[in-house]
Design a protein around this ligand. Structure first.
Ligand SMILES: [Zn+2]
Length: 298
């Protein structure tokens, strides 16, 4: 399954409540809905309706952001925009201006999120880091670490580290040391694009906050052989995206692609998607190629 993100417009947000501008933060806090406990089999229509319900509930409390979380991840694996990037939420007292919140749309006391939901949350973390919304390293906590609450639930809380380690959505075809061929060549080009993107956005070669050091392998020769240099580049890419899974293997091809897209298209997740189909098309990253400047070519 490709990464599937629905914007506020896509689910029909009725309020303009999206907090205040916020820079890069060093903490990610995990929550759950508890109620409603939305099953993996729920339709898009149901999920949209739930989003509007949570928005209305939070708005009724007078919160500056509604829904109060930056992002919601359902058991279907679909992601819905709450506050979105670069804005403060209302989710954890005392931490709203220094953290981002991901909320699972289930009851984490009854069950942990589905595999699809963990993967989606892991991809979302990669995008957060790539966009500069979340610093690396970052602190990963549950709501219960900061308040006398069960949130994100007894089943989910012990496993929240999966947001750093779950394999990427739609990338079960892992590349490994010794592999060769076209796919490896594409991975190598993706890794080069990631370096260009980081450079373009000031994380390499500038004095801005937390500049990324020029990697020793720049630029990687696209020789279609997964050798030692590719291993080094993959490890570097994972570090840049806050990803700790997969050993030497390379879901990083997907992640590098994801990061390039996320950065080259800052408006992507606020695009003018009027319905699910449009929203899905905007973020269906698989099957897209990149132009030289890293923008998406349909
Ligand atoms: Zn919570």
């Amino acid at each position: 399954m490709a990464l599937d993100i629905t914007t506020r417009r896509g689910w029909g947000a009725r309020t303009g409540r999206t907090g205040r501008p916020m820079g890069r933060v060093r903490q990610l806090i995990v929550h759950h809905f508890w109620r409603p406990d939305v099953p993996a089999s729920a339709s898009r229509a149901t999920e949209r309706s739930v989003m509007r319900g949570v928005e209305a509930y939070h708005a009724s409390k007078g919160w500056s952001a509604a829904p109060g979380y930056q992002w919601v991840v359902f058991d279907s694996g679909r992601i819905y925009e709450g506050v979105g990037w670069g804005r403060t939420g209302v989710h954890t007292a005392g931490y709203n201006s220094v953290s981002i919140a991901f909320c699972f749309g289930n009851d984490g006391d009854a069950a942990q999120p589905t595999e699809a939901a963990w993967r989606a949350a892991s991809d979302l973390r990669a995008i957060a880091v790539a966009r500069g919304a979340l610093a690396t390293p970052f602190r990963l906590t549950g709501h219960r670490d900061h308040a006398a609450k069960s949130c994100p639930g007894n089943r989910t809380y012990p496993r929240i580290g999966r947001i750093r380690t779950a394999p990427p959505t739609g990338d079960d075809d892992m590349l490994r040391t010794g592999d060769a061929g076209n796919e490896v060549g594409e991975l190598q080009q993706d890794l080069n694009r990631l370096v260009w993107t980081l450079r373009e956005h000031g994380r390499i070669g500038t004095t801005r906050e937390e500049p990324v050091r020029q990697p020793g392998w720049y630029r990687l020769k696209a020789d279609e052989n997964y050798g030692a240099k590719t291993v080094t580049a993959v490890a570097w890419a994972k570090q840049q995206l806050g990803y700790r899974g997969g050993g030497n293997s390379a879901p990083a091809g997907f992640l590098a692609r994801l990061a390039t897209v996320a950065w080259a298209n800052p408006g992507l997740y606020r695009a003018e998607a009027r319905n699910d189909t449009q929203s899905k098309r905007l973020v269906a990253l698989e099957g897209h190629t990149h132009s030289e400047d890293g923008s998406i070519v349909p």
